[in-house]
Structure formats: C-alpha cells, structure tokens
Design a protein. Structure first.
Length: 139
C-alpha cells in the first residue's frame, strides 16, 4: 500500500463526480501537505489508484460509469490494505452495509467540516485495518 520509498509527502485520491467537491477536498488536503490526485468516475479512480497507490482514498458512492461500491471493490482487489473513506450524502443503512462489505475504512457524511475531513483522513491512515470499518465521522 502507501507511497513509494522516494516519496516524502502523503498522497490522497479524491473520487467525486462533483468538480466542486474534488476542489474542496483537494484544497484542504494540499494545505496539509498531501499530494492529491482526483478522479470523477470509478474507472478513472481504479486506474489512478493502480498508478499512484495513495495513502488514502476519499470516495463518493454515486459516480458515473462505475459506482463507488464497485470502484472500492476494484481497489481492494489491487490492494487489500487500501484505506478508503466513503464521503457521501447517501449514507443510509443499506449503503453503509454495502460500503463496509466492499472495504470502506470509514464514513464521512456530506456536508462536512474541514476539521472532520482531516480527522477522518488521519484516523483512517493510522487505524489498524481490523478497526477501520468501525470508524464513522459525524459533525
């Protein structure tokens, strides 16, 4: 998982079909020293994950082309230790269960504060994999 040995900055992959949400999350993470990659759909997210192997992924569930659940499943096939935080406005019990089964490391409901976003990213990055699915961040 994680970044290559020559890389000093942590990396994040932001996956959201909303340009505004991509920009918002990227700006926050870049201000904290992250190198951020963005994708607007699940297929692009898989390609970028395979290329970059980021420390953390922020994934919306509702995406064109390949939805967030399918994209998470693909990422987990590439890297069983991947840390994926689901960032969505559609976090009912069914969506939460599907996301957990697909490898979500944590959940962050939209809208969210900057502090909550940063706490989610840092906690999921540091949490043992066995604990990660239990993490939920709420404002």
């Amino acid at each position: 998982m994680a970044h290559s040995s020559g890389q000093t900055r942590p990396t994040a992959l932001v996956v959201d079909d909303s340009w505004y949400m991509q920009l918002t999350m990227a700006d926050v993470l870049e201000a904290e020293g992250y190198r951020v990659h963005t994708a607007a759909d699940g297929s692009s997210a898989l390609d970028l994950y395979d290329e970059v192997r980021p420390d953390v992924v922020l994934m919306d569930l509702v995406l064109p082309d390949l939805d967030g659940i399918s994209a998470m499943q693909g990422i987990r096939r590439l890297d069983s230790d991947a840390r994926v935080v689901v960032v969505t406005g559609l976090l009912d019990d069914g969506a939460r269960l599907a996301a957990m089964r697909s490898g979500a490391s944590g959940f962050l409901p939209k809208p969210f504060s900057v502090d909550l976003l940063l706490r989610a990213v840092e906690t999921v990055k540091k949490a043992p994999a066995i604990m990660a699915p239990q993490l939920q961040f709420a404002g």
